[in-house]
Design a protein around this ligand. Structure first.
Ligand code: IMP
Ligand code: MG
Length: 190
């Protein structure tokens, strides 16, 4: 699918197409090879922890390209909005319940890193549970938006400070089913 064809899919609401399905496909392939390289010799159980809801399409594509034994778990978290007293904390809506975390290499799968609050808190929380190792993999990263220091272990692509939708990413719960990633027209959210 070309960028022009993507735009026709939902021309109304996207300013530009950032990543076509083909570009996403080559990014997930590259990430899968890097992940295999990192974990291929580990004696521990590889567990992908998928952060709902936005990471779902990314995780389903990525996991099928990782040619290693792995298990799947899900967590649902949200970070408190900036301006609230508890800023920096995360709320856990669905938790990871396993007894064998010291025997596991956990790889957290996220759609996008923005302020960095969600993944920095989440990785800390998992480390406190004595997981053998905790690493993070994000499809997208907006490093210019960082409010707390955080560097993902695996990153698909760094993007500028623009609000993106599609391939799992939402605006007000819409657009998650777009097969590409686009920049939302500012007039939609302003
Ligand atoms: P943070 O890194 O804790 O600020 O939060 C990352 C979360 O914010 C992601 O998992 C998304 O749910 C959401 N988010 C950040 N930027 C965008 C975007 O451009 N589009 C859609 N969701 C976003
Ligand atoms: Mg998210």
């Amino acid at each position: 699918m070309s960028k022009k064809e993507c735009a026709c899919y939902d021309e109304r609401d996207c300013k530009t197409i950032l990543l076509t399905p083909e570009e996403i496909d080559s990014i997930t392939t590259r990430l899968a090879r890097a992940i295999e390289e990192t974990y291929k010799d580990s004696p521990k159980q590889l567990v992908l922890v998928v952060i709902l809801k936005g990471s779902m399409p990314f995780a389903t594509d990525l996991m099928r390209k990782i040619h290693l034994p792995l298990q799947l778990e899900f967590m649902k978290v949200s970070s408190y909005g900036v301006g609230t007293k508890a800023s920096g904390e995360i709320r856990i809506h669905l938790d990871l319940l396993r007894e064998d975390l010291p025997e596991c290499d956990v790889l957290v799968i996220e759609d996008i890193v923005d302020s960095g609050r969600t993944l920095s808190r989440l990785t800390q929380l998992l480390k406190n549970r004595n997981v053998n190792s905790v690493k993070t993999c994000t499809l997208l990263d907006k490093p210019s938006r960082r409010e707390v220091p955080f560097v993902p272990d695996f990153c698909g692509v760094q993007i500028p400070d623009e609000f993106v939708i599609g391939y799992g990413l939402d605006y007000a719960e819409e657009y998650r089913n777009l097969p590409f990633i686009g920049v939302l027209k500012p007039e939609i959210y302003s």
